[in-house]
Design a protein around this ligand. Structure first.
Ligand code: FRU
Length: 558
């Protein structure tokens, strides 16, 4: 009896769900580059499939606009020009005329909107449309920096993981180009690294053409690791079979590097072990395709996220003592270990260090094959851009250069903005030896700008407190305690030789603060009121001197 009742209930619920809805299917001939997909932020999610002769070519979920669209996503169908494709949508409301007619276009621009959005970070990379999270496959290849990224092309939220792709000649101006990796039968495309196979050890290059190799996790299904390669930095082919089997559900984010002393490739892979132990597994290979387990390094359990996802692994010389080199291993939250590496095993010397002290900087990766030999990092910066009818969401941090320096507490990573960012400066103002007194003049009173790079060297003299008001967001530096408080973030920021030096980047979606000569990095995501473009510096409880002050408005990269 009970069973019959619940059966009837299920029937009623199912019928209720599909009431007024119908699955939609229509054939069309692919003629142009893109299929236009109307999106309404927050609308119920539908599954769209594109098939050819019964074979699924593309599939994804989308908040489909059944009425007026907030924005349009564009699906590249150019590979099937001239073919008859069929478009399937589950549970479209009866009478909704979403795809009547089906619109194809050769332009993927939302005219007058793209890159003009109110919340578009002006010098932080963000996707044209849709969502981004982690940077992936960062590499310099054939004269360009490549930034791949975790991407949902069809919505502002996380999902449908693809690898988006952007290129840059200078690490600052990015051009977003075609999607590099689409989900396949093994799964969606989760994070991973990129590396140039200069000696063609993989055999995937062509004569005189070293391949760019990408490693990714085919996730949410097989959890196997895959390899894709390219000889032009534009078109990517996947090896038909994964190159590493699943170790445990959720293992992910392969990062591959070349280890010169052992003449081997090394892969670091995040693996969740029993009791939710976060571990980084090391594998080695000579041909990039067959991998042997070498060792592992474990971090925290459960909510202790030391060594949790997105490994990054690299070697750096100690500044001023270049014959001494150390290996750095980091997880997604930027916590890191410093140690040695013999080609198989990482032996930590210092553990649980912090490479950032701000908010929502995550899953950072460094650029391989960097032409100037620098170690440059870009992180996912979780900015709050999913507001109003905005058609994109999230961004990357500015690129920063990492260096290893000796401090009184041991070796530490230091971080400075890459010098290429100077190209964005415009309308610069410089001053020196400015005496700050309580109730004195504001040295930045004439500066008005949505974006800024501010550099300031301060001698605290007798002041207790320095306040830098950045468009309404107040950075409070308590000089006695050597502590910064900003928007609920509180962190120790030591004086260096009795002075403090700030480098502050201000964009529409937040600030990135570098202090203590680069030892402290504080990214703060914060949506500024567009109307407030003022800056102010003042002291409390005594006098201070700004020895050097620079204020640069910054141009947009778009
Ligand atoms: C980190 C992460 C990765 C994973 C990816 C999926 O933000 O969870 O571990 O590969 O995002 O988008």
């Amino acid at each position: 009896m009970k069973k019959t009742l619940s059966f009837i209930l299920i029937l009623m619920v199912t019928a209720g769900l599909s009431y007024g809805q119908t699955d939609f299917q229509q054939d069309f001939v692919a003629e142009k580059q893109y299929l236009r997909l109307p999106v309404k932020n927050g609308a119920p999610s539908k599954t769209v499939e594109i098939k050819s002769e019964g074979e699924k070519l593309r599939w994804f979920t989308i908040e489909l606009a059944e009425g007026e669209a907030d924005w349009y996503a564009y699906l590249d169908i150019s590979a099937w020009k001239g073919d008859t494709l069929s478009l399937h949508v589950n549970e479209l409301s009866k009478g909704a005329n979403v795809f009547q007619p089906i619109v194809q276009t050769d332009e993927d621009k939302n005219e007058g909107v793209l890159y003009e959005e109110k919340l578009r970070g002006q010098f932080h990379f963000s996707p044209k449309r849709g969502w981004n999270n982690d940077p992936n496959g960062l590499a310099f290849y054939k004269g360009e920096y490549h930034l791949f990224f975790q991407h949902n092309p069809y919505g502002r939220g996380w999902g449908n993981m693809h690898w988006g792709h952007a290129v840059s000649k200078d690490l600052v101006h990015w051009e977003e180009i075609d999607i590099a990796l689409y989900p396949d039968k093994y799964g969606t495309m989760f994070s991973g690294g990129g590396v140039v196979d200069s000696n063609n050890t993989s055999g995937l290059g062509e004569i005189g053409q070293a391949p760019l190799i990408l490693y990714y996790t085919a996730a949410e299904h097989s959890w196997k690791q895959g390899l894709a390669y390219s000889v032009d930095g534009r078109n990517f082919s996947k090896l038909p079979e994964p190159i590493l089997d699943k170790i445990s559900d959720g293992n992910r984010d392969p990062k591959v590097i070349w280890h010169e002393p052992s003449k081997r490739w090394v892969m670091v892979l995040y693996v969740t072990e029993a009791d939710e132990l976060h571990s980084m597994y090391f594998f080695t290979s000579t041909n990039m395709k067959h991998w042997e387990y070498a060792s592992k390094y474990s971090g925290g359990y459960g909510n202790d996220r030391y060594m949790y996802e997105c490994p990054e692994f690299f070697e750096l010389p100690v500044e001023g003592n270049p014959s001494v080199k150390k290996w750095i291993l980091t997880g997604a939250n930027g916590q890191y270990a410093i140690g040695t590496f013999d080609g198989k095993t990482f032996s930590p010397e210092e553990e649980r260090l912090f490479s950032q002290h701000g908010r929502d900087y995550y899953a950072a990766q460094t650029v391989s094959n960097e032409p100037k030999g620098r170690r440059i990092e870009i992180g996912w910066w979780r900015t709050h851009t999913d507001r109003n009818e905005m058609n994109f969401n999230q961004s990357m941090s500015i690129p920063t250069q990492l260096n290893l320096k000796q401090t009184e507490n041991g070796l530490r990573l230091f971080r400075t903005p890459v010098e290429e960012l100077k190209a964005l400066r415009t309308d610069s103002y410089e001053a020196s030896s400015i005496k700050l007194t309580p109730n004195g003049d504001n040295p930045l009173s004439k500066q008005k700008s949505e974006t800024a790079e501010i550099r300031m060297t301060i001698d605290p003299e007798t002041a207790n407190n320095l306040q830098i008001n950045l468009r309404g967001l107040v950075l409070n530096y308590q000089m006695n305690d050597e502590e910064i408080i900003i928007d609920g973030i509180r962190t120790h920021v030591p004086l260096v030789n009795g002075k403090q030096e700030f480098i502050i980047y201000v964009d529409r979606t937040g600030v990135e603060i570098f202090a203590s000569g680069g030892q402290v990095f504080i990214p703060v995501n914060y949506n500024f009121a567009p109307s407030n473009t003022s800056y102010d510096v003042k002291v409390l409880g005594g006098d201070a001197v700004i020895e050097k002050l620079e204020f640069h408005k910054l141009k947009s990269i778009w």
